[in-house]
Each structure stands twice: as C-alpha cells, then as structure tokens.
Design a protein around this ligand. Sequence first.
Ligand SMILES: [Zn+2]
Length: 275
Amino acid sequence: MGFELPEILKISKQMQEKLVGKKITNIILTDRLNSMIKQGMSNLDKRKEEIINTNITRIYPKGKWIFLEFHNDNLLMLGEIIGKFSYFEKTNSLPSKYHVAFQFSDESYLTFQSSLYAFLTIATREEKRMHRYAGNIGPSPNEPDFSQDYFLKVMSQNEKKPIKAALNMQDLISGLGNVYINDILYDSKIHPKSKISSLTSNDLNTIYISIIRIINSAIELGGCSEEFDLYDLTGKYNRIMSKNRPHCSRCGTKIVKENVLGSSSYYCPNCQKIQ
Ligand SMILES: [Zn+2]
C-alpha cells in the first residue's frame, strides 16, 4: 500500500499549512535511508545543502507526488510513497525510528519513515522537467482535464493493455494505484486482467464514472483508513476490496486475491468475469 491521490492531497495540504515560509536548518539522515539512496530514489546524502537555509515558497500535489519549492528555485520531490510522514512541534520528541528528519528554524520537524520506498529527491526545475516520473505526470481524476472524452481517448490508444495496467499509467492518468484500482474495478464489475480492446464503450463509461465516484469519495473522507497523515491520524475511506472483506457484498462469492502485474488484485470471480 502506498499514497494515492486522496492521501497525497491531504498530506500536501497539511504540509502547505505547516511548512510554507519555513526554512530547513538541518536534515538528519539515518542508515535506514541507505537502501533508498542505493536504489537511486534519494540524493539527500549528496545534495541536501541545496535546500538548507532557504525558504519554502510553495508546496503542491500532482498525481502521486508532492513538490516543495524553495526560494532558490530548487525542489524537494516526494513521490511514489510507501511510508509515513509525521510532523512534530518544538515541544514533541522525535520518534525512535525514522529514515530522515527535516528540522526547521522554529525547531519543528518533519520525519519520514519508509515502509518500503519513496522518492525523496532534490532537483532543479530543469531536472524535475526531465525526471522519468516526476516530469511526466498526467491529469488526475479530480482535475478538469480528466474529462470523459480524455479518458476514452487514452483507453483507445492503449487497447492492448489490461485495464489494471492502463489505470496505472501515471503519465496519462495520475494518482491511481493498486488500492483504488481494486475498488474501481469491483465497482464497475470489470476483471483486472480484461484487455481494453475486449471492453465495450458502456464498460469504459462505467469505469470512468466509478473512478470519479470512488476517488471523490476517498478525497472527501481524507484518504484510506490504513494510511496515516502528518498527525498520526488515518483517513476514513474503508477499502471495498481487502483481506478484511472475504466475500462479495453483492453476490456472496468468495473474493479472490491474485497477483496481477506485480501487485495484489482482489476481485469477485462472479461479478468480475474476464472479458
Ligand atoms: Zn460478486
């Protein structure tokens, strides 16, 4: 599990409220960060000086990413996050375990504790533009650009892909990941392995409506009940498809868990027949 659009929007808003206008005075890296550095997901070891002692001017979300802009035009890019960010005022003590802690001039802290990985990358504007993932993020379901026409066009251009893979193309439809894709496909009664070319236009319209409905609902509820915000609180969106729901709420059939394209898909073999 990781942050998808609803969680990103919530955390980004909390970061805006707490961090814009502040300066980072110190970045504490622990040995835990080493594997992320080795995987090329963080360059904080080499480049942290580029964002120290300069004001954070703007924080904004896009897809599965949060961008912190600094007065000197450098950025801290946080993306594809499986883990937890936490905010601590001066009077709080830091947790015993974290991968990295950002200390601010008012002695507040932001820590990150990874559960698997995340990009924590410092970049110039040009490097952001050229970044393989951060530089190429498509419209999100909460944005006006994500129209029904746009969605149908993207689907028609990717006909050979299974629907699960197509909904995860961050350069074309950003912010969805495994958790919400499972729920969207259950809601629209589509098997995750169904090829787009095998779906009717009615199926695709149904999927579009499910995306909008499920994502908006999760945004309103502050994200998933299994993900934490900066203050250690979870969202209120309960996943439809998870190990806690062994049977289909529509037909009672046992839900199947299966690895599809590298992550666990949950589906009802009766309601979601492969097409
Ligand atoms: Zn069912």
